[in-house]
Design a protein. Structure first.
Length: 367
């Protein structure tokens, strides 16, 4: 039976556990050769390795039951185990997971193999995720990368530093918060716009950010589409969905945005000399698992393994007071928003090795 608890008590436990949590650079049990000199990640809670541990925000995950299947326990990752960024790092042959930029220890040689700037509740727009108070939007993540780039130049020298920046892989994964935690949220600063106008605003802003990343030396850039946010336990719960039916209004707008995003990346590939943008079709990759979970070894694709509230346990995030499922391997979703470690393994392999259904014009391994 699902447990019920007072929201104030949940927040108290969250804040208390956040004080106890610390971050370390966790090793990977890998022996394969490292394929690129470094990787740098920009994103939201789907990729956050613990940056939000160091800011004042309601979007935190550095407490149980998060990280229950991660060797280090709760580190600030919004899942039971690894993110797709962690797993792709393994596939690239790195010995350590990317450290969070905000950690005091992320300096000197710690940045030599890359940094993760992702922040829970972040968006393409600075305003997205406003309800969570603190977050680090993409514009600020790029400013942080500029500081890292300068540190790398100081560490390695101008020529070696420039070569590392040019030869590294960059992953960018944002957009869901611009819809669920901005346009479709109460009191949204862009709520008066039409769906088409919102998509145009997001795409034009994204283009500016990606062009800026290119101007700072990035040449191998992997950009994930927005997943089917209308199918998350959060959206199913807040819309009082029947029989796990996805919110098609949200999904259709996201699909239109994704079509525009792929065209945007095609244009950047054609017009920016020496760049390789890859479009990852995260929408279809996730939606196929949700629609046919049994084919991928899951039994439940509409309910959070760890969450509170409603039929789908999607109203409140995973906390030590949440109702925890008995077998995490059966669930596509770990919490109201985020996929489980098992699902992330499937997604990461599709992006790394997959055909043009999931990565265009090439996959990450080919990049």
């Amino acid at each position: 039976m699902e447990s019920c608890c007072d929201v104030g008590l949940i927040l108290s436990v969250v804040l208390w556990c956040s004080v106890l949590a610390t971050h370390h650079v966790w090793p990977i049990s890998r022996t394969s050769a490292q394929l690129v000199p470094a990787t740098f990640c920009f994103g939201d809670s789907l990729a956050d390795p613990g940056n939000n541990n160091y800011i004042n925000t309601l979007s935190k995950a550095n407490y149980p039951f998060n990280g229950i299947d991660f060797a280090a326990g709760p580190t600030g990752r919004f899942t039971n185990g690894r993110t797709t960024v962690d797993i792709i790092g393994e596939l690239l042959g790195f010995k350590y997971y990317l450290p969070p930029y905000m950690a005091p220890s992320t300096t000197g040689n710690a940045i030599r193999y890359g940094v993760n700037y992702a922040s829970g509740a972040a968006g393409i727009l600075d305003s997205s995720g406003y309800a969570f108070i603190g977050r680090i939007p993409l514009s600020q993540q790029l400013d942080q990368f500029a500081k890292t780039s300068a540190q790398i130049t100081q560490l390695l020298g101008s020529e070696a530093g420039s070569n590392l920046i040019a030869q590294s892989i960059y992953s960018v994964n944002l957009g869901a918060n611009d819809f669920l935690d901005n346009y479709y949220a109460p009191f949204s600063p862009i709520g008066n716009l039409s769906a088409g106008a919102v998509n145009n605003l997001l795409l034009s802003t994204y283009q500016q950010h990606l062009t800026k990343l290119y101007s700072m030396g990035a040449r191998k850039i992997v950009v994930a589409s927005v997943g089917p946010a209308g199918c998350t336990p959060y959206r199913l719960t807040t819309t009082l969905a029947v029989n796990g039916e996805c919110d098609q209004k949200v999904n259709q707008q996201i699909q239109a945005f994704n079509t525009g995003l792929e065209a945007l990346l095609d244009g950047l590939n054609a017009n920016l000399p020496g760049v390789h943008f890859i479009y990852l079709n995260a929408y279809d990759a996730v939606y196929e698992i949700i629609e046919n979970p049994n084919a991928y070894g899951f039994t439940i694709s509409d309910t959070a393994c760890c969450g509170t509230g409603g039929t789908y346990k999607g109203l409140l995030p995973c906390t030590p007071l949440s109702s925890l499922c008995t077998d995490r391997t059966n669930y596509v979703f770990w919490d109201p928003y985020h996929t489980s470690d098992k699902a992330n393994v499937i997604l990461s392999n599709r992006f790394f090795y997959g055909d043009s259904s999931y990565a265009r014009p090439m996959n990450i391994q080919q990049l």
